[in-house]
Write a protein that binds this ligand. Structure first.
Ligand code: ASP
Length: 582
């Protein structure tokens, strides 16, 4: 028997019992006539005690143990003379009577403790060692817990877990496909699913009216920080539903998860239209844990003689609470922040609402105290607040002010990971203009239903057509999104047309779906959650990589197994791919 108990469970109530533990040596401490070994497994740490009075030879053996040696040790549970309240098993230790080395270990490349000296790249290369560390291990355990809670909830709601294939053909979700050459079909390729979108819709046609799957999806995007080329979705679809049925169901799931994992009640989720979110927060995924809503000052600043405002499509402000005392240096830092390439603004105007009720601004030359007072009234500032103003082309200015709003909230510690503020953003535009390809794209995906009455705008103002699409936003992150789908062949054909597909292309790529729509497709809709991000947020973090057992780095590489890699000529030939020339 390797073990009778785990390294995380022994308490004072186990006193005097003879137990056997198995695990890894985290640390060996030699203190004169005594030696202590911290033994670690998935469940925790237990102190093994050796004493030259009890057994000098055994103690000598223990002193030779190296870090990460694998042991099975037997002994008696005794009370510690100096207890460690910070440790779950800190009241006891094991008076070891014998132990066996199950395997030796090389000195690990970084310390395997809660705080490690290992850098990110090194820890990724030896991810199996990193996983031994409690912070990583706990993230994976949390992921499992969330996974189970999702399954249980959806199962109780009558959802059926159905697997869909990975070797498919392209589904447009706005990214590039990863492709897999087919050996048996020369010159042809499968695509890995960007999501199971078309399959879940076909399951609805197949009558499986509530489907879900916790499933890997693949998108070959340029990797921005904290994106993974393969990621996991909770993918769901329902038939015979309208938008509110879908929102109710998944609001229920989300509320359940936050309650189950964090013990927090979130109540009803607010709903906000896309237009409102953009106007109030400059973002379609607003963080509503704190205020600082946008207040437009265009009218108040019209024809003021200040060129920056006069030439601007939009003048818009936020009011940052309690920082009117910012020094020149701090204000300059804000100005510099908005000028960084990732924010891309040309400038920032500030106005201090001073303690004595007067105003001091960066544009005092152009504006009277009275004018500034009017801004303050509009922005609803109080004494001690700082009003920040940006001006320019509307969309760009809003995006930049949104970045500043988040930056300030971060600085002012208003983005608390212990707070959960979910909301639905609804009524997204159906189409989005793509500068690069010079045409309209589906903002969500081409299967999303438009609001029928908006379709009259198709020739005059296509960008104003609203989709019956929704996102679930949590603390400034999009954690899920979906839509009511088109289930009518003629409408689907029309939308493909708007998106620039010729009839032939649409037929070639989506003929199977349009055929299915001719055989009694029910009204349906659904959504998908980004599972990695959801788990990270429930874990109080924003980096998804920490919650994935074997993640890829920013260049899309798995540095542990060293993938991607070249193939041998033989293999390439078999796949009918051209052979390396060097
Ligand atoms: N397939 C969509 C996505 O991956 C989600 C959905 O519409 O259900 O974003």
């Amino acid at each position: 028997m390797f073990r009778s108990h785990t390294c995380g469970e022994l308490q004072i109530s186990h006193l005097n019992q003879t137990v056997t533990l198995a695990g890894w040596v985290q640390r060996v401490r030699n203190l004169g006539g005594m030696t202590f070994v911290d033994l670690r497994d998935r469940y925790g740490l237990t102190q093994l005690a050796f004493n030259e009075v009890w057994d000098p030879e055994l103690m000598d053996e223990a002193r030779k143990l190296g870090r990460e040696f694998v042991l099975s040790a037997q002994g008696e549970v005794i009370e510690r003379s100096s207890k460690n309240a910070a440790m779950a098993t800190g009241d006891i230790e094991i008076k070891v009577s014998n132990f066996k080395i199950l395997n030796s270990a090389k000195t690990p490349p970084f310390t395997i403790e809660d705080d490690t000296d290992g850098g990110e790249e090194l820890r990724m290369k030896y991810r199996y060692l990193d996983i031994r560390r409690a912070p990583v291990r706990n993230n994976l355990l949390l992921r499992n817990k969330v996974n189970l809670a999702v399954r249980n909830y959806l199962n109780d709601e009558g959802f059926v877990d159905i697997e869909t294939p990975f070797l498919i053909k392209s589904t447009p979700e706005g990214a590039r496909d990863f492709v897999v050459p087919s050996r048996m079909n020369e010159g042809e390729f499968y695509a890995l699913p960007q999501s199971p979108q078309t399959f879940k819709q076909l399951l609805m046609v197949g009558g499986m009216d509530k489907y879900f799957q916790i499933v890997k999806c693949f998108r070959d995007e340029d990797l921005r920080a904290d994106r993974q080329p393969e990621f996991t979705q909770i993918d769901c679809e329902m038939a015979f539903v309208e938008r509110d049925d879908v929102l109710r169901t998944f609001e229920g799931l989300t509320r359940h998860l936050i309650k189950e994992i964090k013990g927090i009640d979130t109540g009803d989720f607010p709903r906000m239209t896309y237009d409102e979110a953009i106007k109030k927060y400059g973002s379609d995924k607003p963080d509503i844990r704190f205020g600082m809503e946008f207040v437009e000052l265009s009218e108040l600043t019209a024809s003021s003689g200040f060129p920056v405002f006069d030439s601007a499509e939009l003048v818009v402000s936020i009011c940052a609470p309690g920082i009117a005392n910012y020094s020149r240096k701090q204000l300059d830092a804000l100005v510099n922040f908005v000028k960084t390439p990732q924010v891309g603004a040309t400038g920032l105007i500030w106005c201090k609402h001073q303690e004595d009720g007067s105003f001091k601004s960066s544009v005092d030359k152009f504006f009277s105290q009275e004018a500034l007072q009017n801004w303050a009234n509009a922005a609803q500032s109080k004494t001690g607040d700082l009003i920040l103003i940006m001006a320019g082309q509307a969309a760009k200015t809003r995006a930049a002010l949104s970045a500043l709003r988040l930056h300030l909230a971060e600085n002012l510690n208003l983005r608390k990971s212990s707070e959960f503020a979910p909301l639905w953003v609804i009524d997204f535009p159906l189409l989005e203009w793509d500068e690069d390809s010079n045409r309209w794209h589906a903002m969500h995906h081409p299967f999303t239903a438009p609001y029928p009455k908006d379709l009259t705008l198709i020739d005059t103002d296509p960008g104003a057509i609203r989709a019956n699409a929704y996102d679930l936003v949590l603390n400034g992150n999009e954690i899920g999104g979906g839509s009511i789908r088109i289930h009518d062949k003629a409408l689907q054909e029309k939308i493909f047309g708007y998106l620039g597909f010729s009839d032939e292309e649409a037929r070639k790529q989506f003929g199977f779906l349009m055929d299915a729509f001719e055989y009694g497709a029910p009204p349906h809709g659904g959504m998908a959650f980004g599972f990695d991000r959801l788990v990270a947020l429930l874990g109080g973090k924003e980096t998804i990589r920490d919650f994935i057992a074997f993640p890829k780095n920013n260049a899309g590489r798995d540095v542990m197994i060293d993938a991607p890699a070249t193939l041998a000529d033989e293999q390439l030939k078999e796949l009918n791919l051209s052979v390396n020339l060097d």
